[in-house]
Structure formats: structure tokens, C-alpha cells
Design a binder for this molecule. Structure first.
Ligand SMILES: [Ca+2]
Ligand SMILES: [Ca+2]
Ligand SMILES: [Ca+2]
Ligand SMILES: [Ca+2]
Length: 134
């Protein structure tokens, strides 16, 4: 009986996981975390605050720059090159912040100064999210 319950539990977990729109749920969660003033959108200030947290967290060697390995999964090699005007192969905070600002603008086609859930769910929004949310 216990065994059956375990199998049932696992099966249900599998069904739940495969049917739930996981990425949409995650995006909604991310929006809540990144939205301390609770207006349902991310403004530039909130995005930069999130970016600062990510920058610190993914830079364990504390050398004030992010290299390709530290950026893995968040920014492609081409993205890194494009965001690296001094061409040293790493992003310092100034470069990272400029990148986040550009990504924010790209993810905000209605230009109202904020990213809502729909915008955050778009491909551009998801690219921004990787830079501002752990
Ligand atoms: Ca907000
Ligand atoms: Ca580093
Ligand atoms: Ca650089
Ligand atoms: Ca918007």
C-alpha cells in the first residue's frame, strides 16, 4: 500500500510538472520578487537593483568583473562580445549595467517605463530576466 502510494505520488508529481506551464509560473514568481513596490511591473530602478544582486552572486572570485564562465547560462558568447566595448573579455559593473538598460528597453516595446508580466514573458523579457534574477 505504501509502495502504491509512493508510485501514485511520483506519477502525480510527473503529471503535475509536465502539464504545468513551469516557465510562466517562474516568470510570475520572478516578477513578484523583482517588484518590491508591488505595482505589478518592473521599472528600471527595480531592474538595476536585481542586476546588482545577480552581479554580486555570480562573481564569487570578487574581481569586480564577470568572465564568460561566470556568465554561462545568462549571456551568450556573442552577447558578451557585444556588451564588452573595452574588449577585455569580461563585463565590469558599468558594462553590465549598460547591458541591462539596453535589454530593459528591448523588453519594453510600449515604452511606458515598466516591464509587465506579458513583456517579461516575451523572448526579450526572458533575456532580461536572466541578467536581473537569480
Ligand atoms: Ca514595481
Ligand atoms: Ca569574476
Ligand atoms: Ca569589459
Ligand atoms: Ca511596458
Amino acid at each position: 500500500m505504501l509502495r502504491f502510494a509512493t508510485i501514485l505520488g511520483v506519477t502525480l508529481a510527473v503529471i503535475f510538472c509536465s502539464s504545468a506551464p513551469v516557465s510562466a509560473v517562474d516568470t510570475a514568481t520572478a516578477l513578484r520578487v523583482l517588484d518590491p513596490d508591488n505595482d505589478g511591473t518592473i521599472d528600471m530602478k527595480e531592474a538595476i537593483r536585481g542586476a546588482k544582486r545577480v552581479f554580486k552572486a555570480i562573481n564569487p572570485d570578487n574581481d569586480r568583473t564577470l568572465d564568460a564562465a561566470e556568465l554561462r547560462g545568462r549571456l551568450s558568447a556573442a552577447g558578451l562580445r557585444a556588451a564588452d566595448p573595452d574588449n577585455d573579455g569580461t563585463l565590469n559593473w558599468r558594462e553590465y549595467k549598460a547591458l541591462v538598460k539596453a535589454m530593459f528597453r528591448a523588453a519594453n516595446p510600449d515604452m511606458d517605463g515598466t516591464i509587465d508580466l506579458r513583456e517579461l514573458s516575451s523572448p526579450a523579457g526572458q533575456r532580461l530576466l536572466k541578467l536581473i534574477y537569480l
